[in-house]
Design a protein around this ligand. Structure first.
Ligand code: SF4
Length: 87
C-alpha cells in the first residue's frame, strides 16, 4: 500500500507526470491532481501494482512535487476543495 501526494505549492503545471501515470490529471486550476473515483485529490492511497508508474511520474516531475511513500493505513483521499477544483 502506498500514498501519492502532490505538493501543489511546488507544482507548476508542466504535466510530465500525466504521460507516466494516467491517474494524474489536470485540474481546473491548471495544476496536477490525482484522479480517484472521478474526484480530484492531492493525496490518495492505493493498494495495487501501479506503484512503479507513480514513482516514474514522481521521478519525471522537474519540480519534485510528487511524493510516493509507503502507507500503513488506507486513508481516504484528500480531495480538492470545490473552489480549488473549479467546480
Ligand atoms: S510533473 Fe510535477 S510540476 Fe508537472 S504537473 Fe506533474 S506534479 Fe506538477
Amino acid at each position: 500500500m502506498y500514498t501519492i501526494t502532490i505538493d501543489r505549492e511546488a507544482c507548476d503545471g508542466i504535466f510530465a507526470c500525466l504521460v507516466r501515470d494516467d491517474r494524474f490529471a489536470e485540474s481546473a486550476d491548471g495544476l496536477a491532481a490525482i484522479e480517484v473515483d472521478d474526484e480530484h485529490a492531492i493525496a490518495a492511497t492505493f493498494d495495487d501494482d501501479r506503484r512503479e508508474s507513480a514513482e516514474q511520474a514522481a521521478a519525471a516531475c522537474p519540480l519534485d512535487a510528487i511524493t510516493v511513500e509507503d502507507a500503513e493505513t488506507d486513508a481516504p483521499p484528500q480531495t480538492l476543495e470545490p473552489t480549488e477544483a473549479g467546480r
